[in-house]
Design a protein around this ligand. Sequence first.
Ligand SMILES: Nc1ncnc2c1ncn2[C@@H]1O[C@H](COP(=O)(O)OP(=O)(O)OP(=O)(O)O)[C@@H](O)[C@H]1O
Ligand SMILES: Nc1ncnc2c1ncn2[C@@H]1O[C@H](COP(=O)(O)OP(=O)(O)OP(=O)(O)O)[C@@H](O)[C@H]1O
Ligand SMILES: [Mg+2]
Ligand SMILES: [Mg+2]
Lengths: 255, 255
Amino acid sequence: MITLVVANQKGGVGKTTTAVNLAASLAATKRKVLLIDIDSQANATTGSGHEKAEDKLTIMDVLARGACIKETILTCTDFGFDLVPSCQDLISADIEMTTVPAASLQLKNALRSLEGSYDYVIIDCPPSLGILTLNALRASSKLIIPMQCEYYAMEGLVSLNKAINDINSKTGENIQISAILRTMFDPRARLTREVSEELQKYFPNELCSTVIPRNIKLAEAPSSGKPGLFYDPTAKGTVAYLALAGEVISKFEKD
Amino acid sequence: MITLVVANQKGGVGKTTTAVNLAASLAATKRKVLLIDIDSQANATTGSGHEKAEDKLTIMDVLARGACIKETILTCTDFGFDLVPSCQDLISADIEMTTVPAASLQLKNALRSLEGSYDYVIIDCPPSLGILTLNALRASSKLIIPMQCEYYAMEGLVSLNKAINDINSKTGENIQISAILRTMFDPRARLTREVSEELQKYFPNELCSTVIPRNIKLAEAPSSGKPGLFYDPTAKGTVAYLALAGEVISKFEKD
Ligand SMILES: Nc1ncnc2c1ncn2[C@@H]1O[C@H](COP(=O)(O)OP(=O)(O)OP(=O)(O)O)[C@@H](O)[C@H]1O
Ligand SMILES: Nc1ncnc2c1ncn2[C@@H]1O[C@H](COP(=O)(O)OP(=O)(O)OP(=O)(O)O)[C@@H](O)[C@H]1O
Ligand SMILES: [Mg+2]
Ligand SMILES: [Mg+2]
């Protein structure tokens, strides 16, 4: 089972769009996929056609109160993958989890009970480096960083790298960036080309060869609660995420 | 003194770009302006040509340890406004502030000592609804919500509205959205027009008549550490933020 975390504390770089469309694309290749939404905004949840979990056991019960993660799983029969939806309580996770022992390992421990049920577990993170992203990083076997080729996002990558090194030295983990994915890519813009060249210089091994173009269909799809593959299967953005699934399979499954 | 908070928990909607360019535009009209960066990403800090505060007293000392905010102020002589820079400690603010009494009022209390020194205090918030954004909301006299006209951002607005109502009922405050600003606006995209029409329907009074177009010059400016006004004074994006300053003056100064 590959636990693929999609993280970047910089906001609006395409984390949710990547998590939802990668889940749908990997499921289309007959792999068993679970998408976990640990962002209180619940965008990956609504982007997959579901509502935030309100009544039954939620991911917050799993992280803070030891509930079994299997109780929180919904099936997205239309799209071929399962979903652990977000919930409102996640907003106060940083404060609520200060009293939980081994707080940053709760997700890693919970996922053990899913070993063998899925080929991929994909986790969509909030735009921060708090306890929820820390849980995802410690549970990850692979880490994908979506990134707009713009200045603030480049700065964010430098501080994310530093934060990962801090986590590794404090916890003894060996979390590494597996892939950097260029999103909303506009080759006509000089800024995009310049930042992309910097990425090729400093992260040649991690940089995905697949590049996700800016494509309005990817921004339209969530309003119908569908991944791109089910909204407009031939759109440039949809095709790019299918290509990314191919790259993920060839890069991550051989290890 | 008008304390103008720029907030939205949705990531990448143009909060920092709005805070920095509005600060420069209001300063250009000879008003005394202080820009406060409470996002650990420190984008407003670098976008104004400064580094994160590392050695001397920082905004975290003000919020968690009662230091005087005047000690943290830098002067951006080139751009005509002052800056309270971000710092690395802000990352753990949610956890560190759990033990501070009246934690969510620390910024409001600190700003009292600046009454009379500035016409505007502009606060750039992180993409979350944690203790830092809560401090800014409680300190605010006016609240501006930058917003991309896309689906996830629209969902974010609904949950931000709900979060503000929750804060008001828990604290007895009367925080209201003063202005909603459409950013990265592309009139050719059907999605942009549709979301914009929803905004006009549900928030007719708050919606700014100034609209910020998508303009690559605004994304290029931060790599030279300058607001748009000092990077490309005639660019469409720069002109739009000058117009916004005019609208802010006429909307907020008459109250
Ligand atoms: N390749 C693309 N082309 C066009 N629009 C895109 C693309 N990828 C994402 N978007 C749109 O850009 C906005 C930001 O993307 P998204 O919400 O996926 O980013 P995020 O990193 O998850 O944001 P947050 O930090 O708030 O979680 C959304 O409105 C989304 O629909
Ligand atoms: N009007 C615009 N036209 C083109 N690019 C823009 C515009 N406004 C902002 N940008 C760019 O879009 C990206 C997101 O903007 P910005 O960082 O200001 O958003 P934010 O809401 O502050 O993000 P975060 O949630 O991470 O704090 C940045 O790279 C910025 O340079
Ligand atoms: Mg997201
Ligand atoms: Mg910002």
